[in-house]
Design a protein around this ligand. Structure first.
Ligand SMILES: Nc1ncnc2c1ncn2[C@@H]1O[C@H](COP(=O)(O)OP(=O)(O)O)[C@@H](O)[C@H]1O
Length: 215
């Protein structure tokens, strides 16, 4: 739980660090993450803080973020630093924000680390931040209204799946490079979703059979 005064201090430091449009986006993500957290039973305070700080390293130039990633994120391949510089800010912020705010939990840092590329095995907080980043009120892309309409109507795994799908569609449609790990993540999400649907069909069939036999 982050103290209200501390949250205000984080907000002021972010405001001084990033461009005004990025600051507005960050406030939108923080508020949307808090709402999603309430709906899906996730810690609201952690969601608000992770949402607020997720783009902390967007303030860095391409050169700076590449150097920071090289220094702090040895797990990120060289070709990602070279060809997908846009994703690096999430890794570097996740790896370094505790130096700025020592009270940040591992869960918050992980959600920040995963906010751009996701992961096959996301926690509920990770998914809340990933989705909030895509649907905060300032976002405007084809399909965003469908995602907003799905909030509370589908479970969090499904909402993350739908959001991830939109993100990949956007990258491919606009001819952008895709982070190599994203294909593996997508495949894992598809397979898990298929397994979960099959399980639900099986359960429904079993329940129908029980009902029929008791008539
Ligand atoms: N899986 C991915 N692979 C490669 N690039 C991505 C991926 N996901 C997002 N990006 C790109 O990385 C940049 C940062 O993404 P993100 O942090 O989600 O958005 P934003 O900067 O708009 O808040 C954007 O240019 C986005 O298109």
């Amino acid at each position: 739980m982050v103290d209200v005064n501390r949250f205000d201090e984080m907000r002021e430091r972010l405001k001084a660090r990033v461009k005004p449009t990025r600051y507005t986006h960050s406030l939108g993500v923080s508020q949307t993450a808090e709402q999603l957290a309430r709906i899906y039973g996730v810690d609201e305070s952690e969601a608000a803080v992770a949402g607020l700080l997720h783009d902390w390293d967007k303030a860095l130039s391409k050169k700076e973020v590449r150097e920071k990633a090289k220094r702090l994120c040895p797990e990120v391949p060289k070709e990602v630093r070279k060809n997908a510089v846009g994703v690096l800010h999430s890794f570097t912020a996740g790896a370094s924000l505790r130096d700025e705010f020592p009270e940040l939990s591992d869960a918050v840092l992980q959600a920040i680390y995963r906010h751009t590329c996701g992961d096959p095995d996301m926690t509920d907080l990770d998914m809340v931040i990933y989705v909030a980043d895509m649907i905060e009120p300032g976002r405007d892309f084809e399909g965003v209204e469908d995602l907003r309409a799905a909030v509370g109507e589908v479970d969090l795994d499904e909402l993350y799946y739908l959001t991830y799908q939109q993100s990949l569609l956007y990258l491919v449609r606009s001819g952008k490079t895709v982070f190599p790990g994203s294909l593996g993540t997508w495949n894992a999400l598809v397979l898990r979703r298929e397994a979960s649907l099959a399980e639900r069909v099986q359960d429904a069939t079993a329940s129908a059979e029980v009902a029929e036999n008791t008539l």
